[in-house]
Design a protein around this ligand. Structure first.
Ligand code: ADP
Ligand code: MG
Length: 599
């Protein structure tokens, strides 16, 4: 039996550090927050090798007094609180005095700082449990450099995601921190190259525009609600601006970025009537609440927060969504969100831009993009601007081309096409069973299989007018990093300016009118943490199949239905669509006999 012993101090420190510093992005977060706490109006962030080699943060804040500099890396050394009761009304990001001591114990940390009140500044270098202090001649403010992160905890380093993913997390935390502090200028430099500059602005709206682009801002409503102790404001999706993930659901409480586990659920409730399944609204919410009604001291990285009256906050979020969307879709489930104290939240102070009704009228195609136009030709081709080059080869021709293969299948005569029900399901009889086939899902699978085939080649169609698309800073960077995958599928995409791209050609399979949605859908799926090149290709193939396949409700001709039925029953394909939903249901003849009680 092992006996209990107390761990040496250096081991204790490293364990504690691991809780605060999950990865390089945590260092960026902690240091940016320190700079904001120091009252900086300019903050520059530099990273190399996804932060593992070096993270540098420079600010023009109030600096650190020479006598204080050795204290910064001591545990629980903070200038922000002096008493436990101070935590109850904390307005700074920091208060535990843990970040710098943690970072110092797992990296080489250099702090160069000068306070405006002192003649000379000082430099502290801490590495391998040794600390040196010297003079520093520089402008007022602080520069912190973190090198060799995790050098002494290799296990942690091993568990980091790919460099690309770590850099993405840094960029995400950088932008989310900047989002809530529009009065500060920020820049981000990666491998010596300035990637992002955010000039200080007067309003949250301007900062949202800088980060996400005018286009996305135009797709958001703004609203606010106020009560005695709580103010909630923010931006939320217009009804036809929905995303395939929850990555753009962001919440700040007293300027602190919080992971609020009910947010996704609440927004789904609010958009229940207008958002199709698996689509999510964007929301950027700012909650200002009397700090005494919260506890931020519950998570090592302060990512979570406790509201003393959570139900009340939930109902505020729902009320704000309801007001923003208009009364039609305002559905609160009273049993779930009964507020403890009956407080009133009705205050006519909300800025509100347009009603739900108007939004729908502006966008008659709110239900989603469809590459096909119904017509007696069955599949495709309308919707393409006339005058454009050769009409695109589409899924239709692909299916027709392969139709002859089925004629050669031995038992092809066993399949009898019965018809199409609800313009959605194909009915076919084969051997001793009836098959019901979901046209769209099956179609998606066949297109997908053709796209991921090893020897696949992709036809490209040039756009008559190159398409310029503005993306958010984050999406733009992700797209650039993964551009190869788009080129593989015969896209011709180039950098245009700032965070815009220009699309000159697209795969023949797709329709120009849906390209913008397509690209944002794909980038969204890239944010999921996948590291293999083949996963990125598959994500694109999935989205291409989804965008190119006929939709439920599109007119399905008998000819198309017959081809899909034969293909589905040929046994060459998985019986699931690329997202994993089954597309075929069989009813055996003997089961029918049971139902009808035939002898
Ligand atoms: P906390 O932020 O919880 O106080 P930290 O370990 O992050 O703890 O920082 C310790 C102290 O170092 C802070 O309380 C602050 O006094 C000082 N400090 C850190 N970064 C800066 C900075 N960029 N400018 C001025 N002071 C700083
Ligand atoms: Mg701090």
């Amino acid at each position: 039996m092992n006996r209990i012993k107390i761990l040496p101090e250096s081991v204790k420190n490293k364990i504690a550090a691991g809780e605060v510093v999950e990865g390089p992005f945590s260092v960026v977060k902690e240091l940016m927050e320190n700079s904001i706490d120091a009252g900086a109006s300019e903050i520059d962030v530099e990273v190399s090798d996804s932060g593992l080699k070096k993270i540098l943060i420079k600010d023009n804040g109030k600096g650190i007094y020479r006598d204080d500099i050795p204290l910064t890396i001591l545990k629980h050394a903070t200038s922000k609180i002096s008493d436990i009761t101070d935590i109850e009304h904390i307005s700074s990001y920091g208060f535990r005095g843990e970040a710098l001591s943690s970072i110092a114990s797992i990296s080489k940390l250099t702090i160069m700082s000068k306070s405006a009140d002192e003649e000379t500044g000082s430099r502290l270098v801490s590495y391998n449990e040794k600390t040196e202090i010297s003079d520093y001649a520089g402008a007022p403010g602080s520069t912190l450099i973190v090198e060799n992160l995790f050098y002494n905890i290799p296990a942690r380093k091993k568990f980091l995601k790919s460099r690309g993913t770590e850099l993405r997390k840094i960029r995400e935390i950088f932008l989310k921190t900047a989002l809530v502090t529009p009065h500060i200028s920020f820049s981000m430099t990666v491998e010596g190259k300035r990637q992002t500059t955010l000039m200080k602005t007067g309003s949250a709206e301007k900062r949202v525009e800088q980060i996400y682009g005018r286009d996305i801002l135009d797709n958001l409503y703004y609203g606010s609600l106020e009560d005695i102790k709580v103010r909630i404001s923010g931006f939320m999706s217009k009804p036809d601006f929905l995303k395939s993930t929850r990555s753009m659901q962001i919440m700040y409480v007293n300027n602190r970025l919080i992971e609020y586990k009910y947010l996704g659920f609440l927004l789904s409730q609010a958009y229940d009537a207008i958002a199709p399944k698996r689509s999510h609204p964007a929301a950027i919410l700012f909650i200002d609440i009397d700090p005494e009604l919260t506890d931020v001291n519950i998570h090592p990285a302060k990512k979570e927060l406790k509201f003393f009256d959570q139900n009340y906050i939930n109902s505020m979020i729902l009320n704000l969504s309801g007001k923003i969307l208009g009364a039609q879709v305002h559905k609160i489930k009273p049993s779930l969100f009964k507020t403890g104290k009956e407080r009133t939240t009705e205050k006519p102070d909300m800025e509100f831009q347009g009603s739900l009704h108007e939004a729908f009228q502006d966008h008659p195609s709110a239900a989603g993009y469809s590459p096909y136009t119904a017509g007696d030709k069955g599949f495709h081709t309308a919707g393409h601007p006339s005058g454009s080059a050769i009409p695109p080869e589409t899924a239709a021709s692909f299916i027709r081309e392969t139709a002859h293969i089925y004629n050669s299948i031995q038992n092809i005569n066993d399949i009898r096409f019965l018809g199409v029900a609800f313009n959605t399901y194909i009915l076919a009889e084969q051997m001793e069973a009836i098959s019901i086939i979901d046209f769209h899902a099956a179609h998606e699978r066949f297109i997908y299989d053709s796209l991921i085939a090893k020897d696949a080649e992709f036809e490209s169609q040039s756009l008559l007018f190159p398409l310029v698309i503005e993306l958010s800073i984050e999406d733009y960077q992700i797209l650039l990093e993964k551009l190869d995958n788009f080129l593989y599928y015969a896209f011709d995409i180039d950098i245009f300016s700032d965070h815009s791209i220009v699309v000159r050609a697209i795969p023949a399979l797709l329709n120009e009118s849906g390209i913008k949605d397509f690209i944002s859908d794909v980038v969204e799926s890239f944010k999921a943490e996948k590291n293999h090149i083949s996963d990125y290709r598959k994500s694109i193939a999935e989205k291409m199949a989804c965008h190119a396949a006929k939709r439920a409700g599109d007119n399905i001709s008998d000819e198309d239905a017959r081809i899909i039925a034969f293909k589905a029953l040929s046994g060459d394909h998985d019986f699931r669509c690329p997202h994993g939903r089954p597309y075929i249901h069989r009813i055996e003849k003997k089961d029918l006999e049971k139902i009808f009680k035939r002898p």
